[in-house]
Design a binder for this molecule. Structure first.
Ligand code: OMP
Length: 288
């Protein structure tokens, strides 16, 4: 427990037990706005994003708004992101703000204040962060997450093919960058593990990465934090890929799908049906 409230790891475990191990991404791509009959502006964005929250709030383990697709509408788009975070909170659904932030320590504090501080309108329940300025540069975010009961998802083995150039590279001892990131997250989660629950420093490991974890010495089962697995649906991964990528670490996985669910909209019942199908598939694959 942190500051008298449940930690993110604890809240996520409860949410996945209730709704299945699925996170639905809110990715308002221009093509999806058009397919839903909406304008590619802040009004269309608001209608899109709040339709998803109305349809899926209280029905899935987590929602993951993709910040870039809000930011492309400028300050009015960022205001919609704030409204999405508030609406999801009102619907008692966890939000992972997918902003993939990472910076030198002094300015990382600013991102931590924006996305992980109580009272900030952009602060959901967790944030995606990039460790590629050095894992230690994330310290302000780690401290803020621990202090406020929020979580982090640190990019480790990303779903895009280009990620391999950096993440599979090895240091002078032959250890891969991804293995080092996973080991650092495991260290931070060790106290929670000793208390018998998942820590709040998760990793992002794409459902599309095949055997990259075992090939590059990444001990996912030892992380003892949640493993966010994007790549399900539109990027081609399904239950078989989830099972193969995660092996013994499957109980910690939160599968993530955006376009694969959103394509069913804008009808609320169709969105919910698509999310339930994806959650059932993830549950079957992950044994959750
Ligand atoms: O951090 C992420 O969520 C993420 C990491 C990664 O390795 N790959 C990845 O696709 N994502 C995000 O997950 C979402 C995938 O969307 P779909 O391909 O439409 O399901 C996008 O918002 C991506 O930015």
């Amino acid at each position: 427990m942190s500051a008298g409230r449940p930690t993110f790891g604890e809240r996520l475990s409860a949410a996945t037990a209730e709704h299945g191990p699925l996170c639905v991404g809110i990715d308002p791509h221009p093509a999806l706005l058009a397919a839903w009959g909406l304008t590619d502006d802040a009004d269309g964005l608001r209608a899109f994003a709040l339709t998803v929250v109305d349809a899926l709030g209280g029905q899935v383990a987590a929602l993951k708004p993709q910040a870039a697709l809000f930011e492309r509408h400028g300050s009015r788009g960022v205001a919609v992101l704030e409204d999405v975070v508030a609406a999801a909170r009102a619907a008692r659904t966890l939000t992972i703000v997918d902003a993939k932030r990472g910076d030198i320590g002094s300015t990382m504090q600013g991102y931590a204040d924006a996305y992980l501080r109580d009272g900030s309108p952009l602060a959901g329940d967790a944030l995606t962060v990039s460790p590629y300025l050095g894992f230690g540069s994330l310290a302000p975010a780690v401290e803020a997450a621990h202090a406020t009961g929020r979580g982090l998802f640190v990019l480790c083995l990303t779903s895009n093919p280009e990620g391999a150039d950096v993440q599979h590279a090895t240091d002078t001892r032959g250890r891969s960058v991804a293995a080092e990131i996973a080991a650092r997250a495991a260290e931070l989660n060790a106290p929670a593990g000793a208390e018998g629950h998942l820590g709040s420093v998760g990793l992002v490991v794409g459902a599309t990465v095949g055997d990259a974890a075992s090939e590059h010495g990444v001990d996912l089962a030892a992380v003892n934090g949640p493993l966010l697995a994007p790549g399900v649906g539109a990027q081609g991964a399904g239950g078989a890929e989830l099972a193969a990528v995660f092996g013994d670490a499957r109980p910690a996985v939160l599968a993530s799908s955006s376009r694969g669910v959103l394509a069913a909209g804008p009808d609320a019942r169709a969105l919910l049906a698509a999310a339930r199908r994806a959650a059932d598939d993830a549950r079957a694959a992950l044994g959750a």
